[in-house]
Write a protein that binds this ligand. Structure first.
Ligand code: HAM
Length: 533
């Protein structure tokens, strides 16, 4: 730049919250606090204690619990950079990070070529580096490399067979999910938690909670992360309030009590239009047989189904029951129902859960199409919807997951729980007018003069200690302006302190709603405010 030239002023970038995330602001946060306080209270009365677990965990924990092939794990998880400390491997670590990023972010066709190239290069580099010196991880690494190669061939083959359009996306997603799982063998990564059940089970094992009196009843509140398409009621950082019962028996009364607890919580909040749907999805004895039956029936009507459902016949026929496609509803209604194919144990358990719910006065609707999107469920599943939420109307989802703790390396353990979408709960409360109005101040202190300032500071202290919300302006204001400000802030009273008040020891209190005012000594003022508010 030549001397004297005026450098064009660059406007500083204006930052905005990242898509799918948002700020929660007052007065709305008051409602969030009320909801959370109610959860602490209600869950406490059912004997639950709070657990606070980290917001990130090993990626594999989620892959193993929720299922590597589920949407949550294969498409929506935020996988963070490597946790690699060995400087000699830094380069490889960097490549792997790039690859992981691509794997996680590629779900459209245009990135497949790039993904394939990167994966190939990664494989050959890694192999060359490890070829000389195979370390303890060699078995895992070899498996991973072999697998990656297979996956690439699979993808390439798919790309070549373009004629089978409509098929590639599902296969690609499945391959990516498996690649991710195998990459974990090479080196573990961490992920932002998409839910908390896996973390609670990990903590149960890690802290030997199986030696505590069973069952262990825990609840949690906090942010979860899923890279979903944002819309009303669906965010990428969202909040859950959840509870889990681990250990002890799988008595149907436990299922019913957990459901009763969440319904009590909703009732306490006066949530409107609450609808509880329940189902039993069987266990490892009866579900596989039902799935085969369902698959066979679906194959008979395959041409009448849309491409998504056609694909799911192979990958996960249960999810066809989830379909919202108008044209498929008639066909789905004719499909075999799991309730008619439960094994004796599951059928007995389901009947007892329903009986227990009735004993507790909990109204429910049986919904044989209620299959949940996470792999760990068995037997009881449930979902709760509420009003005012549009298409994302599920405000709570849960179910039984016996065997999950074992899958994570713990002892055989029964488990059941739920998670409430707090964002949706709040939305529904707001839509039905349950949100608190902006909270005004109780007292605005209008002061003038140095002596009055000292008295005002003391008055603020006394009033706050007594529990009143007080606004003490930091600089002197003319009384007219101060009263205007008090009005804008929605204050109920203005405490007027000038030279006269200080000399007399009598404070003037103006009630803003009717303009009336009177003088009080300090103790009388407190007494008066306590009575009127
Ligand atoms: P989930 O059905 O994946 O289950 O999520 C539970 C609830 O979290 C949903 O019903 C919904 O209200 C809310 N939710 C999920 N994703 C989003 C999002 N992107 N934006 C806003 N809200 C969302 C679970 O997470 C299981 N861990 C529940 C469980 C606990 N099962 C047994 N124990």
């Amino acid at each position: 730049m030549s001397e004297g030239a005026v450098k064009k002023e660059e406007k500083p970038r204006k930052f905005q919250a990242i898509r799918g995330t948002r700020d929660l602001l007052p007065p709305e946060t008051a409602l969030w606090n009320r909801v959370e306080q109610t959860a602490h209270t209600v869950f406490g009365t059912f004997g639950f204690g709070e657990i606070r677990s980290p917001i990130f965990e090993w990626t594999e924990l989620f892959a193993r619990s929720i299922g590597a092939g589920t949407d949550v794990v294969s498409k929506e998880m935020y996988v963070l950079g490597l946790q690699h400390d060995n400087p000699t491997d830094r380069d490889l670590a960097h490549r792997r990070e790039t690859l992981m990023f691509m794997v996680v972010s590629s779900s459209d066709k245009s990135t497949i070529d790039m993904f394939t190239l990167q994966t190939r290069k990664f494989c050959s580099d890694y192999e060359a580096a490890l070829g000389k010196e195979l370390v303890y991880a060699d078995i895992g690494t070899k498996v991973a490399l072999e697998y990656l190669k297979d996956s690439i061939s699979y993808l390439v083959e798919d790309l070549l067979a373009q004629t089978r359009a409509g098929d590639w996306q599902e296969r690609f997603d499945r391959t990516v999910a498996l690649c991710k799982q195998y990459l974990e063998l090479v080196e573990p990564t961490i992920a932002l938690r998409p839910e908390s059940t896996a973390s609670v089970c990990r903590a149960y094992i890690e802290h030997g909670m199986n030696s505590l009196p069973q069952p262990v009843k825990l609840y949690y509140l906090g942010p979860m992360f899923r890279r979903e398409r944002p819309q009303k009621g669906r965010y990428r950082q969202f909040y859950q309030i959840g509870a889990e019962v681990l250990g002890g028996s799988d008595a149907p009364a436990i299922d019913a009590e957990v459901i009763e607890m969440v319904m009590t919580f909703f009732d306490r909040l006066d949530l409107q239009g609450v609808q509880l749907d329940i189902n039993s999805i069987g266990d490892r004895n009866c579900r596989p047989k039902y799935i085969e039956l369902l698959r066979a029936e679906l194959l008979k009507v395959k041409d009448q189904l849309g491409p998504d459902s056609q694909r799911r016949i192979e990958t996960n026929p249960l999810r066809v029951l989830d379909s919202k496609l108008e044209s498929e509803q008639g066909i789905i209604a004719t499909l075999p129902r799991i309730a008619d194919h439960l094994c004796e144990d599951c059928a007995t358990h389901y009947a007892a859960v329903k009986h227990q719910l009735k004993m507790r006065g909990v109204f429910f609707r049986e919904n044989w199409r209620l299959v949940r999107g996470l792999d760990y469920y068995m037997r009881t599943t449930f979902e709760i919807t509420a009003q005012g939420l549009g298409s994302q109307n599920a405000v709570c989802g849960g179910g039984r997951y016996d065997g999950l703790v074992e899958l994570l390396g713990g002892p055989p353990t029964k488990g059941i729980g739920f998670a409430i979408g707090e964002d949706r709960l709040i939305l529904s409360l707001q839509e039905s007018g349950k949100a608190p109005a902006q909270q005004g101040r109780d007292v605005y202190i209008a002061w003038m003069g140095e002596r009055a300032h000292a008295t005002a500071i003391r008055a603020a202290k006394v009033l706050r200690k007594a529990g009143f919300s007080v606004e003490l302006p930091p600089v002197e204001q003319k009384f007219g302006k101060a009263l205007g400000q008090a009005d804008k802030l929605g204050a109920k009273h203005a405490l007027i302190l000038g030279d006269n008040e200080v000399s007399e020891g009598l404070w003037t209190l103006k009630t803003l709603a009717d303009g009336s005012q009177a003088k009080y000594t300090e103790p009388d003022l407190l007494e008066h405010l306590r009575k009127t508010m």
